[in-house]
Design a protein around this ligand. Structure first.
Ligand SMILES: [Zn+2]
Ligand SMILES: [Zn+2]
Length: 380
């Protein structure tokens, strides 16, 4: 089968690789119909993780089941499914508690949590390919209704970014009527803004400086804050009667840049402490990693940041972090799509055949204007 293979920093190509196949009786094989390029793929693409060359990328996957193992009970050949980026077993202590991003069994390295085509998240190949092997398929696949094909650009967001955007509002503790500032208007930040709207936030503020991203946020009723023109902390205070936002969301991660292009891994975290009110909550889903081979100093290479702990403590804020347990939300968010209450595909700028995946990476990585979200369609 054909797949997008990582071959080193900024080098990916579409190649023939061994077919995805049933390896254990609980597996299924899914023919991929839509698979996204994610911002976190870019950390790997840029060589800013310890991703091994030769791996197939892609953790935001949707497709049709074409084969099931002998122990698969519920799933049938022909089902359309959205596949959470988390690979999880369903029966370890963490899975039983709904913490599927921290499955204790799926990652043979002993780290909690596994994912498809992801650095340090187990041996699983990604779905930027014609086919994907899904372990513990009954547990991991979310079946889609009869409008699956027609709305696949919406449903594919259930694999990661829509639940992740919802999760960050949960981590921040967002309640109806509260205000929230979201740092980062990339795909996850947009989904956080959409989720905050679903939760009836009184004011949703999105900080970025790419005009295309700010325009997308504005389309769903968020207040865009252009970091290249105003101090985002001052602007949030102006918009909240001087008190700061009730809640803050980190949707940027360790490769945070200032508008001049200089990297500061602590930039958004420290801005959030300033922009969120006393006793407010901060959720962090932007990726931070324990080892950054491309970090500019020793601290950054060890995944550490200079963080304004004193002010965080003084303000009595709470911080919650980590990858999203997709299964905690994907079923409910699926219903909102099915009933036409939300349309997360509003952020999709490009649908490309698999052969053009390297162009997708190149343009998305350069944050070229208009390349807000790329969906690959290997079966097209
Ligand atoms: Zn993703
Ligand atoms: Zn588990």
């Amino acid at each position: 089968m054909k797949a997008l293979v990582y071959e080193g920093p900024r080098k990916v190509s579409v190649k023939e690789v061994p077919d995805a196949k049933i390896e254990r009786p609980t597996d299924a094989v899914v023919r991929i119909r839509s698979t996204n390029i994610c911002g976190s793929d870019l950390h790997m693409y840029e060589g800013r993780t310890d991703m091994e060359s030769g791996r197939v990328l892609g953790h935001e996957n949707l497709g049709e089941v074409v084969e099931v193992g002998s122990a698969v009970d519920k799933l049938k050949v022909g089902d359309w499914v959205a596949v959470p980026f988390n690979v999880s077993c369903g029966h370890c202590e963490n899975c039983e508690h709904g913490l599927t991003a921290f499955c204790l069994k799926a990652n043979p390295s002993g780290t909690a949590g596994a994912a498809y085509g992801f650095a340090d998240m187990g041996p699983y190949n990604g779905g930027q390919a014609e086919y994907l092997r899904v372990p513990w398929a009954d547990f991991n696949c979310l079946r889609l209704p009869e409008d699956a094909e027609e709305k696949q650009l919406d449903y594919v967001m259930l694999a990661d970014i829509f639940p992740t955007g919802y999760h960050v509002t949960e981590l921040a503790g967002l309640m109806p009527g509260e205000s929230v500032v979201i740092f980062g208007g990339g795909p996850v930040g947009q989904m956080a803004a959409l989720s905050a709207t679903i939760k009836s936030a009184s004011k949703v503020m999105v900080v970025d400086w790419h005009p295309d991203r700010l325009a997308l946020a504005e389309k769903i009723g968020a207040i865009p804050i252009d970091y290249s023109k105003v101090d985002p902390v001052e602007r949030v205070k102006e918009l909240t009667n001087g008190k700061g936002a009730d809640r803050g969301c980190e949707c940027v991660g360790y490769q945070a840049h200032d508008p001049q292009g200089r990297e500061h891994p602590n930039l958004t975290m420290n801005n959030l402490v300033k922009a969120v009110k006393f006793t407010g909550g901060i959720g962090v889903v932007g990726v931070f990693i324990p080892n950054d081979p491309g970090g500019k100093d020793t601290l950054a290479r060890q995944g550490e940041i200079v963080f304004d702990w004193g002010m965080l403590w003084f303000k009595g804020q709470r911080v919650a972090t980590g990858q999203c347990n997709v299964k905690a939300y994907n079923r409910q968010l699926r219903e909102l799509i099915h009933l036409d209450k939300v349309k997360p595909s509003w952020i999709v700028s490009h649908t490309l055949p698999l052969d053009r995946a390297p162009d997708g990476y190149l343009n998305f990585d350069k944050r070229d204007s208009g390349w807000t979200k790329v969906v690959l369609q290997p079966a097209a």
